[in-house]
Design a protein around this ligand. Structure first.
Ligand code: FAD
Length: 507
């Protein structure tokens, strides 16, 4: 990725630009990864930082739920790709340990079109249910995927098409996908096309499209811009995945506790339970009004960095955007994806002790769609751990499926997911920890996220990204939605450091 500035280089440039400039006072809105990283770097440079956070916790969409029995599961971010240098930088600075996140395991299950089998048998057992061309059938049964243990092979047709589209792009066009535009004519055409449109263009049979949708779970992304998927392929977003030992939530917690030059920590500068409801820029500075325990209050600051997701900003009153129509348009129009996660708390890791499943995910076309098994015992396969409690990510869903699961109560969601998982784990009910069997999060209904992550519809990328990532006067914006790495922590951090640079050089 030619256009990607590595984090060390970005931090060096920020430091160089900051030299001999006066100290600034900056109010940061939101204590998710973008707000925390920006606050931390600005404070390290000696600027005065205050962070206002609506909820009572740190981390935003990085959210490790800890059950009373000490087990935990991820309601938000769970895996870090090998290429995500911004995320990895903070993990290493904060001395957190990583271990492999097992995305694929041949022992897991595939449950499509009423046929159930282990992932390793899926190309034969499931592939035969679909009307495929000879080439496509050969592709899903090829040994390539099995050899590198990366997938069951059912996604081979999808990967082949994405590679064809990618091979038609010049290197300069690949770089444009990580820059601020403009796009070449070819990229503009691809940005106008939904993923479904592109796959249909290349697929040899209608059944190949149906199979791709089920095998990759991307049928819940069918209407999004093709370019999102091309960009993730260039970014190698699903290669060399790792997770943080002890839970992803350690990342924001440790960042908040890191020491600052004045002897304080970032946590000392965060005000919780203050929900911003209006931002007004005027000649005296930027006035941010917020509610704390139902009481109204406000604060005025010369510089404000807003990391509130655009899905939430849509209901916040904004004044004095310095005529930036592009920011207003992006706040109104940028697409967001839905996601729902249901954690299932079990008294014993029966999937390890009885079925030898250590990590990976079972996939189905039921409403539960993806069931992830913990990766923490995958290397040692320690039987004494397998006899102990563990947490299944019983269901991870996107799009319409996530919304349909999301309308149910926590209890009904949990019960429905258990019923679906019973197809491949018939005894699961015997292992539930009945004190607190499930906890779930339908991200559309989370007041401070109002969606899971930004996800561009056709033409969103060209229309919204370049303008929305520019400041409006002394009001700056950051967050995963303003980066070429949306849906990832890397996006929040990358945009945070872009904003830090903009603030440092601002008058
Ligand atoms: C289900 C799910 C799975 C994911 N999986 C992964 C993964 O595996 N790997 C990965 O890298 N990324 C993953 N992500 C994405 C990642 O979590 C986000 O991209 C990243 O955490 C976004 O950080 P942010 O700071 O931009 O936004 P946020 O984390 O949303 O931070 C915004 C902050 O603003 C606060 N806020 C909102 N409204 C107000 C208000 N009115 N006033 C004051 N404060 C407010 C919020 O409470 C929040 O703390 C996942 C996300 C979800 C939802």
């Amino acid at each position: 990725m030619e256009d990607h500035t590595p984090i060390e280089q970005q931090l060096d440039q920020i430091q160089r630009e900051d030299k001999n400039r006066p100290c600034k006072e900056i109010l940061v809105l939101g204590a998710g990864m973008a707000g925390l990283a920006a606050g931390y770097e600005l404070a390290q440079l000696g600027h005065q930082v205050k962070i206002i956070e609506a909820s009572g916790r740190l981390g935003g969409r990085v959210w490790t739920h800890r059950f009373e029995n000490g087990q935990y599961g991820e309601l938000g971010a769970m895996r870090i790709p090998g290429s995500h240098d911004y995320t990895r930088h903070y993990v290493s600075q904060l001395k957190l340990r990583l271990r492999s996140f097992i995305n694929f395991n041949p022992k897991t299950y595939r449950d499509f079109e009423g046929t159930l089998c282990r992932a390793e048998d899926a190309p034969k057992e499931i592939g035969s249910l679909f009307n495929l061309s000879g080439d496509d059938r050969k592709a899903i049964q090829s040994d390539d995927c099995k050899a590198i243990q990366s997938s069951d092979g059912l996604d081979a047709i999808y990967l082949r098409i994405i590679k064809i589209v990618l091979s038609n792009l010049e290197d300069s066009e690949k770089s444009q996908l990580f820059g601020h535009g403009p796009f070449s004519d070819r990229l503009t055409r691809l940005d106008r096309q939904s993923l479904l449109h592109t796959l249909r263009q290349y697929a040899e049979t209608a059944d190949a499209v149906r199979l791709m949708g089920k095998a990759t779970v991307l049928d819940d992304y069918w209407q999004r811009s093709t370019l999102l998927f091309i960009r993730e392929e260039i970014d190698k977003a699903f290669t060399d995945l790792e997770e943080i030992e002890g839970g992803m939530g350690c990342l924001p917690e440790k960042l908040a506790d890191a020491s600052l030059p004045d002897g304080t920590t970032l946590r000392d500068h965060i005000a919780f339970s203050q929900e911003v409801y209006s931002i007004a820029q005027g000649s005296e500075g930027i006035t941010v009004a917020f509610k704390e325990n139902g009481k109204l209050d406000s604060v005025t600051s010369p510089y404000v960095l807003c990391t509130i997701p655009f899905s939430v900003l849509r209901r916040i009153k904004l004044q004095g955007l310095c005529g930036s129509k592009r920011i207003q348009d992006a706040i109104q129009g940028l697409g967001y994806q839905s996601a729902t996660k249901v954690l299932v708390n079990c008294k014993q890791r029966f999937w390890e002790s009885k079925e030898e499943i250590y990590g990976g995910a079972s996939l189905s076309d039921s409403i539960a769609r993806m069931t992830f098994y913990p990766s923490d015992n995958a290397e040692k396969k320690d039987q004494s751990i397998s006899e102990k409690p563990g947490v299944l990510l019983g269901s991870y869903t996107w799009g319409a499926t996530a919304r349909r699961l999301g309308v149910l109560s926590q209890e009904a969601r949990g019960q429905l997911v258990i019923e679906q998982i019973k197809r491949f784990h018939p005894d699961i009910k015997d292992y539930l920890d009945l004190d607190q069997p499930y906890v779930s999060m339908a991200w559309d209904q989370n007041r401070y996220a109002a969606g899971a992550f930004s996800s561009s519809y056709p033409q969103d990328l060209q229309m919204f990204f370049p303008g929305a990532s520019q400041p409006a006067g002394r009001l700056f914006f950051a967050g995963e939605h303003l980066s070429p790495y949306p849906t990832w922590i890397q996006g929040g951090l990358w945009s945070a450091l872009q904003a830090v640079m903009q603030i440092v050089v601002a008058c």
